[in-house]
Design a protein around this ligand. Structure first.
Ligand SMILES: Nc1ncnc2c1ncn2[C@@H]1O[C@H](COP(=O)(O)OP(=O)(O)OP(=O)(O)O)[C@@H](O)[C@H]1O
Length: 759
């Protein structure tokens, strides 16, 4: 009974859809905005009641066959959109359009190609999601029609986020689709992919499907979207995007980014047809959101961690996103700060995590006040709620990346702040940011040195406790320098501006007792990152030791783990060596938390004195090794580096005291060992002497034997081993009678005894 009713409802729905589609087509056609036009500025804000009245009037006009020019409207419900889309937008709280939405959607609805640029957080996602849904709806697309839309984005997280918006706004449409991300296995995807109407994915995954999925069919594609287009058309994704374009038919194409490419060459590759260039903020005085407060600080390399720690400690109630340049740095800083407990939850995010884990972390970060340490995986597109601060600890590779990073805050009319640390050697970047054409209103602030906490010693103490972290620290050090070396922009990233002393001071600031050894490849200096990796894997690089006196274990580790390709500025023999003493006893230059302003500046140039290695902390002698829950060896000193409460107190005085005790114990042990050794040497000498004496004796005996009688020789043939007496075969011949006599006597005695027992 229910079936025919359902069919009827479906039929009615289809015919309603068909009517609506006809109406929409007519409306879109009649009210097309002129090519190359931008919408006029929005009228003075009208009341909500006015807006509703206008929307009703527009809808009535359209129904009556009189179409309004939708190119000038400001609200979603004034646009020629399906009821399904409008309902979902209303439900999601989207009413007024943002500038990019006002400018792009009317052109996109007419089927035009678009090259759109607008500031970060200005709502570009909806500017392409709405046209996608409407295109498929008006094409009467159904689940059985296969792939109708492809959206490509640079990261899985961003793909997931875009799909979430599609799900929200397209929930009343019956389209199938999904974000093809690492979560699903490729085989599972192969089965599904032809049944998806909307595919959101990274270019790499799509190319893999073109390569591996039999019958992967995009021949009916209706619309292609490339998000973060400038990045997609450049370098890393260039070849993949070229493959994609070659595999699909020419369809309506929408390109969006906050920093748009203007290169004709790039655009020619995606084959845009008479595109609309929409750059809504081109005339704006700033390239970054208006509500964003930006500042920069010149911070010496070795002070960056101190500065970051001090900053976090002063903003415990804020949601902070911290950018670092490599996965290893992210891991290291996260782990170290976690051990030092700043008093705010910490998180980390990088590309080596599983997609599910990333999603969970993003969700948590969205909800809570915390600090997230991240690589540039988070720099573009991600929309996280209410980030208060974006802190760039490492210099971005370009002004565009700076804009994307800071764009994670101050999103859609919200306020936000950003801070960037630049080394004095990277001041060229500051010049670039401040240049008029960059349109970045950035203030340079002097670090408040009285608020600067010195944490290098605390980090060193943590490294003593957790040897694994020391390895991580070394890798963080090396990858930082490596990433800098690999940067193409040598005006900003020039390692030769740093001296060996800078490296040593930086290593020390990471708590490392020695400066890790670095490899230098003198050839192929300008090779690409990929070439470098290949080179390092395939051929042994020429090795110059930056710290020749360093601990050999450490050097061996580095050779295995880090393929370094750096070129030092000067001879490296004066690099520092740090021992336990250097780590634990306060340094004259960094005893207090307060430092005079000039001193911070001096830190850049100060030559570091050579220090003497006193005790190798990593190989304490005569100490029992204990293990923690995770199976890591715990250094005997570590128990004294306990973290107390949330403040993470490190008992430096106790450590020093314990160190002195250990030293005394070790000296005593050493004395005993020496005495023992002396004694055993003496014994060995004595034995040797005895042996020699015996040998001489034997030789003398042999001489006397040679001159002795045959009968005497029989006795000599009896060899003695200890106290046992062994008889040779020849003994039987010579002493046989005597032995037989003895045996017969013993047998007689035994028989006698046996006889007595029987009696
Ligand atoms: N019309 C709108 N009304 C209210 N909020 C909106 C509107 N459009 C977008 N938003 C919200 O603004 C935020 C930023 O949008 P979106 O992520 O699309 O920005 P974007 O321009 O793509 O940024 P980015 O350049 O960083 O990728 C989102 O949280 C989104 O929900």
């Amino acid at each position: 009974m229910r079936r025919p009713q359902r069919r009827l409802v479906a039929k009615q729905g289809r015919s309603q859809d068909a009517d609506e589609i006809r109406l929409l087509e007519a409306w879109i056609d009649a009210g097309k905005p002129l090519r190359g036009t931008k919408p006029p500025p929005p009228p003075e804000s009208s009341s909500a009641a006015d807006a509703r009245r206008i929307a009703r009037a527009v809808a009535a006009k359209a129904a009556a066959g009189e179409y309004s020019e939708y190119g000038a409207c400001t609200r979603f419900d004034e646009l020629p959109l399906s009821k399904k889309t409008k309902d979902a937008l209303r439900k999601a709280g989207y009413k007024e359009m943002s500038e990019i939405q006002r400018a792009a959607i009317p052109h996109a609805l007419c089927g035009r190609d678009i090259l759109g640029a607008a500031k970060t957080g200005s709502g570009k996602t909806l500017a392409f999601v709405i046209p996608v849904l409407e295109k498929l709806y008006r094409a009467n697309w159904s689940r059985d029609d296969g792939v109708g839309c492809i959206i490509i984005s640079p990261t899985n997280d961003l793909a997931g986020q875009i799909w979430d918006v599609i799900r929200k706004v397209g929930k009343h449409h019956g389209f199938s689709g999904g974000a093809i991300v690492k979560r699903t296995g490729i085989d599972e995807e192969k089965e599904l992919i032809n049944r998806l109407n909307i595919i959101v994915c990274t270019p790499g995954r799509l190319v893999q499907h073109f390569d591996e999925t039999p019958n992967f069919d995009c021949s009916q594609l209706q619309i292609l979207v490339i998000d973060e287009a400038d990045q997609m058309l450049h370098r890393d994704f260039q070849s993949q995007v070229d493959i994609i374009i070659s595999q699909i038919p020419k369809v309506q194409t929408l390109l969006f980014s906050a920093t748009q490419t203007k290169s004709i060459k790039d655009l020619a590759r995606v084959n845009l047809k008479n595109p609309e260039y929409i750059s809504v903020h081109e005339q704006a005085s700033t390239a970054t959101p208006d509500n964003l407060e930006q500042c920069a600080m010149i911070v010496p390399l070795e002070q960056k961690l101190n500065m970051l720690w001090s900053f976090i400690k002063r903003h415990l109630k804020s949601k902070i996103l911290v950018f670092l340049s490599s996965v290893k740095q992210v891991k290291f800083v996260y782990e170290i700060f976690k051990k030092l407990r700043p008093g705010i939850p910490l998180k980390c995010m990088h590309g080596r995590m599983k997609y599910e884990v990333q999603q969970a972390i993003v969700a948590e970060f969205n909800e809570s006040t915390s600090v997230m340490f991240s690589t540039d995986i988070f720099a573009r597109g991600l929309d996280i709620g209410d980030v208060d601060w974006v802190v760039q600890v490492d210099c971005p590779e370009s002004v565009a990346l700076y804009i994307h990073r800071v764009g994670r805050t101050a999103r859609y009319n919200k306020r936000g702040k950003s801070l960037i640390f630049l080394c004095p050697e990277e001041e060229k970047m500051l010049e670039r940011l401040k240049a008029t054409e960059s349109k970045i209103p950035i203030n340079v602030r002097k670090p408040k040195v009285e608020q600067l906490e010195q944490i290098s010693q605390n980090i060193a103490a943590v490294l003593v406790k957790f040897p694994n972290l020391q390895q991580l620290g070394k890798r963080a050090f090396v990858t930082y320098l490596k990433s800098m070396y690999l940067q193409k922009d040598k005006e900003v990233f020039d390692l030769s501006r740093f001296s060996a002393e800078n490296f040593a001071a930086y290593a020390s600031s990471l708590g490392l007792p020695v400066t890790p050894k670095i490899r230098f490849v003198s050839h192929k200096k300008n090779a690409s990152k990929k070439d470098m990796e290949d080179t390092d894997v395939k051929q042994k690089a020429k090795v110059i030791e930056i710290n020749p006196q360093a601990n050999r274990d450490m050097l061996a580790d580095d050779e295995l783990d880090d393929d370094d390709i750096l070129k030092p500025k000067k001879a490296t023999t004066d690099a520092n060596i740090y021992g336990l003493h250097d780590i634990l006893s306060p340094k004259a230059s960094s005893t207090g938390t307060n430092m005079e302003p000039e001193k911070v500046k001096e830190l850049v140039d100060r030559p570091l004195k050579k220090k003497k290695l006193k005790i190798n902390v990593h190989r304490p002698v005569g100490t029992r090794v204990k293990y923690d829950d995770e199976g890591n060896a715990i250094d005997p000193l570590a128990s004294l580096a306990e973290e107390v409460g949330s403040e993470g107190v490190i008992h430096k005085d106790k450590i020093s005291q314990r160190y002195a005790e250990m030293l005394r114990e070790m000296q005593e042990d050493d004395k005993e060992d020496k005495a023992q050794h002396k004694k055993s040497l003496h014994e060995k000498k004595l034995q040797k002497k005895m042996k020699l004496k015996r040998k001489r004796q034997e030789e003398t005996d042999e001489v006397s034997e040679d001159s002795g009688s045959e009968s005497d020789r029989g006795g000599q043939n009896m060899s003695y081993k200890g106290k046992k007496k062994y008889l040779n075969a020849s003994d039987e011949d010579e002493g046989g009678d005597e032995a037989k006599k003895l045996l017969a006597q013993q047998e007689a005695l035994a028989l006698k005894l046996l006889g007595k027992m029987h009696d």
